[in-house]
Design a protein around this ligand. Structure first.
Ligand code: C5P
Length: 238
């Protein structure tokens, strides 16, 4: 596969056309941002680490019959994916209070939620990705009610699969963000990435953070935490 024209450049990835009209190449960058781009930095090796980690998660989810955009890992920083149109919604699933939920509801970080919480955020940088509900999604015509319901159902299913998978690796899944896309044929697929950039992972014994919160909060050892996650997932160290 050859890299064609760049279609899109985001904070952490670039997307390229290929000679195949239904396939894109995604390139993972070392750039890191937080707080809607207010905080910027570089995490050495992050592109390779997230490419490797997301590959492991996507291949595992495919085995559990979750349809994803993932086709193959091409090299250290790139993967081949199916072409989709990204739904402008972020699906966040939470098992333990942290981040914006802890703040919004006044819960102490680490409070175990009695059941998983599913939220939708409107993917809009200018608005700072606001939390929205089904009626907002409806009036903004971001997705049909059927698509929204399917995204929430996939979110809960993926949560169950990931919790189990990570439990065996001594990792607690605190929360995570998913994005979905629709193929030219109209199929809803899990898209984007699943990585320490998009999930909160805590060591099951010590609650040590093994994710991007180390960057957000200037805790240090960011690259080491991503390496540790890849190691626990059984990936080859990069
Ligand atoms: O910041 P907040 O607590 O709402 O984040 C919830 C989860 O979603 C975290 O795992 C975070 O890494 C992820 N997230 C993301 N991209 C965003 C917002 C949140 O990956 N734009």
């Amino acid at each position: 596969t050859t890299k064609g024209e760049m279609l899109y450049e985001g904070k952490a990835k670039r997307v390229y056309h290929t000679e195949h009209p239904d396939q894109y190449i995604v390139e993972y960058k070392d750039d890191a941002t937080a707080f809607n781009g207010e905080k910027k930095g570089t995490i050495t090796g992050k592109g390779q680490l997230n490419n490797a980690i997301s590959t492991i998660f996507m291949e595992m989810l495919e085995k559990h019959n979750i349809p994803t955009h993932f086709i193959s890992k091409l090299n250290d920083n790139e993967q081949l994916v199916k072409k989709v149109e990204i739904v402008l919604l972020e699906v966040v699933v939470r098992n333990i209070a942290a981040g914006s939920l802890a703040k919004r509801l006044g819960l102490a970080e680490g409070t175990v939620l009695p059941k998983a919480v599913v939220e939708f955020y409107y993917k809009d940088d200018d608005l700072g990705d606001p939390l929205i509900n089904d009626s907002h999604i409806d009036v903004l015509e971001l997705a049909t009610p059927e698509t929204v319901a399917q995204m929430a159902a996939y979110g809960r299913q993926i949560n169950d699969i990931l919790i189990n998978y990570l439990k065996d690796r001594n990792v607690k899944l605190v929360d995570f963000k998913l994005e979905f896309g629709i193929t030219p044929q109209g199929e809803l697929l899990l898209a984007d990435e699943i990585s320490p950039d998009t999930c909160r992972f805590w060591d099951a014994d010590t609650n040590e953070k093994l994710d991007k919160d180390r960057f957000r909060r200037d805790m240090g050892d960011v690259e080491e935490a991503y390496q540790e996650m890849l190691r626990r997932l059984g990936g080859v160290e990069v």
